[in-house]
Design a protein around this ligand. Structure first.
Ligand code: AFP
Length: 396
């Protein structure tokens, strides 16, 4: 079929449905009918019936959490947290998708607003942080929240002695926002340590201090972690320590639906994902590794492709599904790289390990590292087990 005829067929179909039908109905008809029509025209045969677009029995995230907590009572309290996180994700997804229309692109306050790490804040960095804090605050389950956009961990006053600590990067990759490229929210949930449970008459200043220190736990203590990716679709991927599942937001019903059950990262991939512009400052072992895999001289003999979005959530999501290796190494200028241990490297490492992959600084397992500071950075490599193991040999 010629391109012009193809475009005309699509335009007619879209115009008819958009003009005469409610938006949601027209959307579902365009998606089913256009596929059927186009395959019919292309092959010259009657269309094969598409499966139904929706099923009332779809596994929504809410139903998934309910079933998980019925199987394991310990997950019951996490259900409320996941419910708040999914509302935050939907709200942020909506804002991100309309940012260009609603004047939410650009810098906070017109420029000059920086977080404690000296990074300029985008409008949506600040708004997403507020949304997450508000959503989590009223669960009654959280005592402390630490975020990339907060100078220090924040006490949740409504639930001072609650069970969990949440760490998050509200809008990772936000430098991509103005170009409508993938961004994401990363989160991790720890249990509060025993000593943070304070009595009513306890000295608050001291108790607060102890509570705040609760954010500083190694990845191995995470009880849940996940990310929400705002891209061509909104996808929420998370683990509670029993595998990794991915849910796609169906905008026609406003629900996350299970689309990626039990994600397993391939044992080996053919993609590397680093900011290669930094390679002159990398250690020699890493330079040699990348040279080997891109020229087909690595262990697998394959010539690897390069893919790099510059948005960790997008790069890790692709690595989970297609395999390969993602990394943000340390270099001469920044020995610990750029990624933050608590709310980027550790939650992502937990997900990758739960999906059968590996994660390392090049010298040690990221999940083992005891943080000393909230915004501590760490060199990060993660992905297919065989690829990460091969890299480790080059760095040894
Ligand atoms: P921004 O949130 O400032 O866009 O940073 C994103 C990020 O922390 C992470 O998502 C990327 O993997 C990494 O930085 C990209 O950094 P480079 O631009 O230096 O490659």
């Amino acid at each position: 079929m010629k391109a012009t005829a193809f475009a005309a067929a699509c335009a007619v179909l879209a115009t008819c449905t958009d003009a005469f039908m409610p938006a949601a109905l027209s959307r579902s008809l365009v998606s089913t009918n256009s596929r059927a029509t186009l395959s019919m025209v292309a092959a010259g045969t009657p269309p094969v019936a598409d499966p139904p677009v929706h099923s009332a029995s779809a596994m929504t995230l809410s139903r998934f959490m309910l079933e998980q907590s019925m199987k394991n009572q310990e997950l019951q309290e996490l259900e409320a947290l996941m419910s708040s996180i999914q509302i935050a994700c939907k709200t942020i997804a909506n804002l991100v998708s309309r940012a260009g229309i609603t004047d939410l692109t650009g810098m906070q306050g017109g420029g000059g607003s920086v977080n404690i790490q000296g990074e300029e804040q985008k409008k949506l960095d600040v708004i997403s942080n507020d949304i997450l804090k508000e959503c989590l605050r009223y669960t009654g389950k959280l005592g402390v929240i630490a975020s990339e956009e907060e100078d220090h961990p924040v006490l949740v006053e409504e639930a001072f002695s609650a069970k969990y600590v949440a760490v998050f990067d509200p809008l990772d990759g936000s430098s991509n926002i103005d170009a409508a490229i993938s961004t994401g929210t990363i989160f991790g949930i720890f249990e509060e340590k025993e000593e943070c449970l304070v009595d009513d008459d306890a000295d608050l200043a001291e108790a607060q201090l102890k509570c705040l220190l609760n954010t500083l736990q190694p990845g191995d203590n995470l009880v849940a972690a996940g990310y929400c990716m705002y891209s061509s679709s909104t996808i929420l991927v998370f683990t509670m320590g029993n595998g990794v599942n991915g849910f796609t937001l169906d905008p026609t019903i406003g629900e996350f639906v299970l689309t990626h059950p039990n994600i397993q990262v391939p044992k080996r991939g053919k993609i590397y994902s680093f900011n290669e512009a930094n390679s002159p400052d990398w250690e020699v072992g890493l330079q040699n590794y990348v040279e080997a895999i891109k020229t087909g001289k690595g262990q697998s003999g394959a010539r690897y492709s390069s893919r790099y979005i510059g948005s960790m959530v997008g790069d890790v999501h692709r690595t989970l599904l297609y395999g390969g290796i993602f990394g943000y190494p340390g270099d001469k200028k920044n020995p610990n790289g750029k990624l933050r241990l608590l709310y980027e490297a550790a939650p992502m490492s937990y997900i990758v390990e739960q999906a059968g992959g590996k994660s390392t600084t090049g010298k040690e397992r990221i999940m083992n590292i005891h943080p000393e500071k909230v915004h501590q950075r760490v060199p990060t490599f993660l992905g297919s087990a065989d690829d990460v193991s091969e890299l480790e040999k080059f760095l040894a």
